[in-house]
Design a protein. Sequence first.
Length: 213
Amino acid sequence: MSLAKNIPITPSPFRDEPSITMEIIFATHNKNKLKEVQSLVPANMHVISLDDLNMTTDIPETGHTLADNALIKARTIFELYKKPVIADDTGLEVTVLNGAPGVYSARYAGEPSNAENNMTLLLENLEGKADRSAHFKTVIAYINAEGKEQLFEGRVDGEIITERRGGEGFGYDPVFLPEGYTATFAEMPLEEKNQISHRARALRAFSEFINKA
Ligand code: IMP
């Protein structure tokens, strides 16, 4: 597969402003994720999405771990643009299912990806199980301007309840109850979820690293 044909970059999304001291590509087409990331990284960092770069090709997630997939995405983009890049991959890991659906969370019930079917299968597989503990995990792969790779992780613990609750969010949110809360992720306002989420925690770890560098 050739990705190079998707490179036309006019006008350039890269900025030349004194207040912006670092530009970084975030390997996503998802506008909500982009907003979340821009709000969590240091203020002097300008985040550029794949849409800003007019890159329409999906990067296949062929890895067997979250770290593999995050690295595959980050390396693909770094090879094309030679700019700092971050890429993420997330999974829901359920203790009694030996970490499943894990890296296959998006397509747990098969392809094409369907959140309703995924939740139905998960609830079926947990029927009668006493231990319903689970966590979301996000791995962020960062490649700096020199090509050095670094991984960051964020995790939120909780449990899978027995039926769906709430209409916010996406994916497994209606069945995930974070530890210490009475509302599922789908019953929380997005801002509250974004304070405690796996993605936010991984991004904070990345931001702290950048701030220290
Ligand atoms: P991705 O790596 O962010 O694309 O996430 C992979 C899959 O994990 C998604 O398709 C969802 O099924 C699930 N997932 C990721 N983040 C969340 C979340 O915040 N809430 C619920 N499900 C999520």
